[in-house]
Ligand binder design. Structure first.
Ligand code: IMP
Length: 426
């Protein structure tokens, strides 16, 4: 029986992870974020009420799970404090249940300013980032001059480090990007206030996880974004700046491969993408517009319309392999209800190997297999016996093409709207 489950997106994010994390969190003693930052947007609908979480693990909406933010997550203090305040004003206890790794890199105002300045400078080649400072803060981490939460919470350390970082960023902003520099005193004041507020939640996430694991407790690792946005394995350079694939769990939370019992890959029944970059199965036609409309495809963080297209089984199979996916959860199948036929990409023309960079991706043209549509409504069903046979045939074909079993189906935004063939926790 699995005690430790990883949930991650297998496409370009927005697969519907938040809802599944919320569902499985009821079986978990701790829910852990391990990468990304407040660029993520996890939409949850509980008792008809919609909540969008960006940084706090989705387990916060259960009444008992400990919620942990691992060292791989980049933290924007004011965004986090705002999220905490919002939840607490809705009567949800957060501060006593949330633990933040002291090693988390901190997003400062200069990271956001740099993110925006860079995107502007890229012009037509812009990545379409969320503008949250994600790239620049991970750069600071890698270049070893980043500010971490532990620094923020210690005024002497903060004073020692912050000036140098801001000098460097202000130089770039002013002289390279010809953008407005930041007011150093103001950033320093903000940082000191934020450190004070977050200090009580700082902890050793790795140690907590190992203790829980030794006690046989159930852990849930909550991925953000999707595998195709991974900095190494995604559609580089149109990616985010963290490892969204399973390796990120180990580096971003401090556990070993043996501490993972099950990997649940969340996959939309079709494909969407926000921001720029390769998307071989993208549709610019009535089918794509129908998916966008029925699937309400707008980014949870930026509100941008999502690009839509058919399911890409080639990319999906690759992501299944990279992540060692145990089982898939297919979401939003109901969006395809009523289509006369649906297509699945089964091969790429124009490339002789799986594309590794934007140039190769640009040459990849989808080869489709057409599958008949199905009569009937899959929306809200909870019993596999109610699945129309055509929908069942679509699922069977996906399993064969991507070489992974579908263990769950999400059939609507509500917590209860699922078909569970095999529960990840057994
Ligand atoms: P960044 O993570 O803000 O640097 O953005 C890099 C790319 O990742 C852009 O294409 C974003 O649209 C995309 N991205 C970042 N976070 C998410 C997410 O949570 N869902 C979907 N796409 C995302």
């Amino acid at each position: 029986m699995a005690r430790s489950v990883v949930i991650l997106g297998t496409q370009w994010g927005d697969e519907g992870k938040g809802k599944i994390v919320d569902l499985l969190a009821h079986d978990a003693d701790a829910v852990v974020r391990f990468q990304g930052g407040h660029n993520a947007g996890h939409t949850l609908v509980v008792d008809g009420r919609k909540t969008v979480l960006h940084l706090i693990p989705s387990g916060i909406l259960t009444d008992r799970a400990r919620c942990l933010v691992g060292n791989g997550v980049v933290v924007a203090p004011d965004a986090l404090l705002g999220e905490i305040a919002g939840l607490e004003s809705a009567g949800i206890e957060v501060k006593g249940r949330l633990g933040l790794s002291s090693a988390c890199p901190v997003i400062l105002a200069c990271h956001e300013a740099l993110d925006r300045a860079r995107e502007k400078a890229r012009g037509k080649k812009a990545i379409g980032t969320t503008g949250r400072g994600i790239g620049p803060v991970y750069e600071d981490k890698a270049s070893r001059h980043g500010i971490r939460l532990a620094d923020l919470a210690d005024p002497a350390r903060l004073a020692d480090k912050l000036g140098g970082v801001l000098d460097y960023h202000n130089f770039l902003l002013r002289h390279y990007y010809e953008a407005e520099p930041l007011d150093v005193a103001r950033v320093a004041d903000d940082a000191a206030r934020q450190g004070e507020a977050l200090k009580p939640m700082l902890c050793d996430v790795t140690d907590e996880l190992h203790t829980l694991r030794r006690q046989g407790r159930a852990l849930l690792f909550e991925g953000a974004q999707g595998a195709l946005l991974d900095i190494d394995h995604g559609t580089y350079p149109f990616v985010t700046s963290s490892n969204t694939t399973v390796g990120g769990v180990m580096t971003g939370a401090g556990v070993g491969p043996g501490d993972i019992d099950y990997v649940l890959g969340i996959t939309k029944a079709y494909t969407t993408r926000v921001g720029s970059g390769p998307f071989p199965t993208e549709l610019d036609d009535e089918n794509g517009r129908r998916m966008a409309e029925r699937g309400v495809e707008f980014g949870a963080t930026t509100g941008r319309p999502r690009r839509c297209g058919w399911l890409d089984a080639v990319a999906l199979r690759r992501m299944v392999r990279i992540n060692g996916v145990t089982g898939l959860c297919l979401t939003k199948l109901d969006v395809l209800d009523g289509f006369a036929s649906v297509k699945v990409c089964v091969d790429y023309e124009g490339v002789d190997a799986f594309p590794l960079g934007a140039e190769e991706w640009a040459r990849a043209r989808p080869v489709y297999e057409t599958i008949p549509g199905w009569e009937g409504d899959t929306r809200g069903i909870t019993d596999a016996a109610d699945l129309p046979s055509g929908a069942r045939a679509y699922l069977d074909r996906i399993e064969t093409l991507v070489e992974a079993p579908i263990h769950m189906l999400s059939t609507g935004p509500e917590r209860e709207a699922n078909v569970i063939f095999q529960h990840p926790y057994g």
